[in-house]
Design a protein around this ligand. Structure first.
Ligand SMILES: [Zn+2]
Length: 109
């Protein structure tokens, strides 16, 4: 076992040392210092996670007025587009209105 193996293994789970980790720790000052830092960090994290906060229920969610306006606009656009596609006359008139000024040819008789 070397320093890197010890530090990687104890960094992942500092609470469980197997026999090989204990043997390395018994003979390595560098890893003793590292292990003390890891245990200190672990203790601070554990205490930070145990902070209890007062329970305050959230207010019921309400739709904002903007959501209703977006929904209304989307519904209006959908109806307009559906009407445009379902009415061939409107579609042809719209295409003619767009293409005639561009290509300069009138398709009407
Ligand atoms: Zn070591």
């Amino acid at each position: 076992m070397n320093h890197e193996e010890f530090q990687r293994t104890t960094g992942a789970d500092p609470t469980h040392l197997n026999e090989a980790l204990r043997r390395h720790l018994a003979h390595c000052a560098e890893c003793v210092e590292y292990y003390a830092d890891v245990l200190s960090l672990e203790a601070r994290l554990r205490s930070a996670l145990e902070i209890s906060l007062p329970y305050r229920p959230l207010p019921p969610a309400r739709d904002s007025p903007a959501v209703w306006w977006y929904g209304l606009a989307a519904a209006f656009a959908l109806v307009t587009i559906a009407d445009w596609f379902l009415s061939p006359d409107k579609w042809l008139r719209t295409v003619k209105a767009i293409l005639v000024p561009i290509i300069g040819v009138s398709t009407s008789q």
